[in-house]
Design a binder for this molecule. Sequence first.
Ligand code: SAH
Length: 257
Amino acid sequence: VSGHRFFVQPNVFDPVETIFPVEISRQMNNVLRLKSGQMVTILDNRGKCRPVELVDIDPKQVTGRAGEIEPAGGEPSVELILGIALTQREKFEWILQKGCELGVREFHPLITSRTLVQETRGWDEKMTRWQKILQEAAEQCGRGLIPAITAPQKIENYLHQMGSLRGYILHEKVQQTGLAASLMDHLAKGERRFTLLVGPEGGFSPEEVTSAEQSGLLPVSLGKRILRMETAVLAACAVCMAVAGELGDFGSSDKNL
Ligand code: SAH
């Protein structure tokens, strides 16, 4: 991963000439102050990338010469699907950015009985903003894909709609079952995709934990201290990625997994 990375639309991902759209051109000029001759990377958000040598730094339309198509890299070997209770704006956006860096594949914002926000409609503007945050984080940290995010939905609808799930619900009332050991067993069976639910400041209600269990999710602990939700999210993502061998050389970094 070197140089600036930009996710682009299919028409920009041309094998020969790269014609950058006006927003990226402006950013290259005004913010990044890139010069002709410099190399950047364009990504198709489908797992491929191309190196691009910048040719003409026009303030409204930067153009470049595209190189050979390559695997984009940057994606973890596991698909971590994060079901996360909605919370106040800044905290939620912070969670999206950090979760993206840690390798979360999909975010599913959830409305639970104890989230402050209970509104299921009118999220369009927020969704656009969240997607932008995820794209920027993905470009900055060298992901090969922009994590997907769904519109907020009530946890009961979510569980109903998803049917049977494989994964975990983080619950501070659980003592015996730890996340790391459970996930190790899961990965040892060759499964790559799993769901992780994290509750709001007030925690999950007992009914929500029961429904999650009925959907196939295992209630697991992150230890005896109660973590704030944003701490719990990042600690859990880090544990999962470490177990999967995706946070440096530790855990089951076996490439066959
Ligand atoms: N208000 C609750 C704590 C909620 S913490 C209480 O005081 O009991 C917010 C969320 O973080 C929880 O819903 C859970 O998903 C997660 N979490 C925090 N600490 C945890 C722990 N030690 N083990 C598992 N999950 C935890």
